[in-house]
Ligand binder design. Structure first.
Ligand code: NDP
Ligand code: 8X3
Length: 248
């Protein structure tokens, strides 16, 4: 039985990834700040299958303390799903809040890099898999995406760099790059505005957390000689717009 550590398993893509992996026979270490949500997940999926590990990914000491207490059955990590992340704000750069920018960088970049660095020796030993949640925002800029898009471009390029460095180790690395997925993402981004979130997804038939979870499970289930480098997904309703031209 293999074990995956999924960050951000208290909602959205992470929670559904934990569900999909457990259904396919994996053990899951589920992490996130909201301990009550993790407890619900353990209740739903079973304590033999899921171990809850509540910590803020930005707090390395708390993370290390929690991971040091993993029971033996969950202590060997074969797959790291770096999913915890967020966007804050949709303002143009010149009107953005620096504190929000720093929180996105701390969470989406620094914490992801730090956890990856911590688990790399074990992942190499076990010829494991790293799945990083980037975004279409890594590749396609949009107004108000500024630092969020920058963090996701980092995640994408870091994933590809890891592939280069890990050549010969048997460790696989995949950057998953979704477009619009209806989760708590937009509620968080708008500071708790459920209506803004509902309006965004209304009539758009967005992807679901389960759609992305099934994709992650597929990546994790491929034969050991096969690596998906990057995988970009969108709902059919989402596509590309043209360049913007401002005129004098
Ligand atoms: P959700 O808001 O539903 O889930 C985000 C998860 O990240 C939560 O479990 C949250 O847990 C966790 N998280 C955030 N900050 C921290 C922190 N400091 N410490 C620990 N956990 C944290 O959003 P999604 O499921 O949509 O997002 C998951 C990933 O997918 C993100 O990286 C996002 O950027 C990416 N993504 C999302 C898309 C979308 O359209 N929804 C599209 C492309 C990529 P808690 O609050 O309990 O700590
Ligand atoms: C989230 C997708 O398009 O809102 O990563 O940036 S988008």
């Amino acid at each position: 039985m293999k074990t995956a550590l999924v960050t951000g398993a208290t909602s959205g893509i992470g929670a559904d990834t934990a569900r999909a992996l457990v259904k396919a026979g994996w053990r899951v270490v589920a992490t996130g700040r909201r301990a009550d949500r993790l407890a619900d997940l353990v209740k739903e999926l079973g304590a033999d299958n899921v171990h809850a590990c509540a910590f803020d990914v930005c707090d390395e000491a708390a993370r290390d303390e929690a991971l040091a207490l993993l029971p033996a059955d969950f202590a060997g990590i074969d797959c790291l799903v770096n999913n915890a992340g967020l966007a804050l704000g949709t303002s143009p750069a010149q009107e953005s809040d620096l504190a929000q920018w720093k929180t996105m960088i701390d969470t989406n970049v620094t914490a992801l890099v730090s956890l990856t660095h911590k688990l790399l020796p074990m992942l190499i030993e076990r010829k494991g898999l790293i799945v990083n949640l980037a975004s279409v925002a890594a590749t396609y800029p949009y107004t108000g995406g500024n630092v969020y898009g920058g963090t996701k471009a980092f995640v994408r390029q870091f994933s590809l760099g890891l592939r280069s460095d890990l050549a010969g180790t048997g460790v696989r690395v995949t950057s998953i790059e979704p477009g619009m997925v209806e989760t708590e993402f937009t509620v968080v981004r708008t500071g708790g505005n459920q209506k803004a979130s509902d309006d965004l997804y209304q009539g758009a038939n967005p992807m679901t957390g389960a759609d992305i979870a099934e994709t992650i499970l597929w990546v994790a289930s491929l034969p050991a000689h096969l690596n998906i480098n990057t995988l970009e997904l969108m709902p059919v309703s989402q596509s590309f717009a043209g360049f913007k031209v401002t005129r004098e």
